[in-house]
Design a protein around this ligand. Structure first.
Ligand SMILES: [Zn+2]
Ligand SMILES: [Zn+2]
Ligand SMILES: [Zn+2]
Length: 129
């Protein structure tokens, strides 16, 4: 990751972020990695103050230490298999049972699969009745 932002820019971004939380524009969430409720806002991109990831202190530290490491390809995916953008509201992170490495899922495809499942169940009950 290239770090081209100055300390002043980062400070401004953090400040904008904090005031957005205070004014209710941005709501604090649980840690995206382990689900802990004490979280800090992490910026992948300091040019987007409201584009934050919520991480607990431990996971936050790990993210910063891990930035030099290569992220596995599946974590870097920006689009799903059908070409929907994996970002913003379309991005779902699903925690697995063991609490580690949440899966990034496409909400659009997830909803479509959900609808298909419901339709199938419906038609099955129709034919059964
Ligand atoms: Zn965590
Ligand atoms: Zn951070
Ligand atoms: Zn999709």
């Amino acid at each position: 990751m290239t770090d081209t932002f100055t300390a002043a820019q980062k400070m401004k971004t953090r400040w904008l972020c904090v005031s957005a939380i205070r004014s209710g524009k941005l709501s604090r969430r649980n840690c995206e990695k382990c689900g802990a409720d004490k979280t800090e806002a992490h910026h992948d991109d300091y040019s987007k103050p409201l584009d934050v990831r919520w991480l607990c202190k431990t996971c936050h530290g790990a993210v910063h230490r891990g930035q030099t490491k290569k992220t596995p390809a599946r974590h870097r995916r920006t689009h799903c298999a059908r070409g929907h953008a994996l970002m913003g509201h379309n991005l779902m992170t699903v925690r697995c049972g063991d609490g580690r490495s949440p899966k990034r899922k496409c909400r659009e495809c997830h909803n479509a699969a959900d609808r298909r499942g419901k339709q199938r169940r419906k038609s099955e009950s129709h034919t059964a009745a």
